[in-house]
Design a protein around this ligand. Sequence first.
Ligand code: MN
Length: 324
Amino acid sequence: MPAVTVEDLTIIDRVPTVNLDASVERPVKGVTTAPAGFEGEGFPVRRAFAGVTLADLDPFVHMDQMGEIEYSPGEPRGTAWHPHRGFETVTYLIDGTFLHQDSHGGGGVIANGGTQWMTAGSGILHIETPPEELVVKGGLFHGVQLWVNLPPKDKWLSPAYQNLEGDMVALVASADAGSLLRVIAGDIAGHKGPGSTHSPMTLVHATINSDSEVNLPWDPSFNALVYVLAGSGSVGADEVPVRTGQLAAFGPGEWLSVRGSTQRVDASETLEVLIMGGQPIGAPVVQYGPFVMNTRAEIEQAMADYQSGKLGVVPPGALQPFRV
Ligand code: MN
């Protein structure tokens, strides 16, 4: 159950009803299923964008879903200290807690619907790790990390981060008041999310109840993706079925549709999706490990700069992974 919820969806603002006859619905281009993998020190992830073309993802590069998992005591894992250059890591924690610290003086707690929007820019070292009490006791953990590319000129910005707490997201209901849209970045029907971005994009976490349909106006210049965090339902005019760990990429148009499943065993089960997309940056992308640049030479430079400490150094007395 996501930390940020609204008891009564009829009392918050709603997305205006789409004029179905006067506008073009985006078709579903394809649905992919995320393979399972492990990240960092061995926490389970789903590689949400595997098998999707960069053209359909742009300005996004990569996304891991972490959990949803109920950890046993001693199981929770994060990452060791590691570098990034050339893009932004957006870490959204639906349930559970991550501590983070970086070589640029930043640090804090990401928890309960909060997002850390970190601009790696010219280079940073950081760590993301569960706190001692979560490692000791275990517990529920569910989040995503989305990699947002930076336009070529912004790859050399100084590192920065935005700490977006759960209560900062803009809350909007679907036109039928059956679904909750949490706007983290961008704009839905005039409701602006708190995230500041370097190119135009929208990032929404939607909770879609049984029998609700979300018809969402979507900037025609943006790519459009729907990733299923949990549950099942359907997307697009052809009602293409989707379930946990699947990603739908949409073609061009003015709005998109996502529906909750009508065949649930438990009527209170929701469809949890990320709806996201932005204006393509359109520059070449060369990704290698933790670096996202425009040329092979820039990757080689990033590796050399990391080796020589130019991306930062681990501060004295730094946060380290906790082990029982
Ligand atoms: Mn990282």
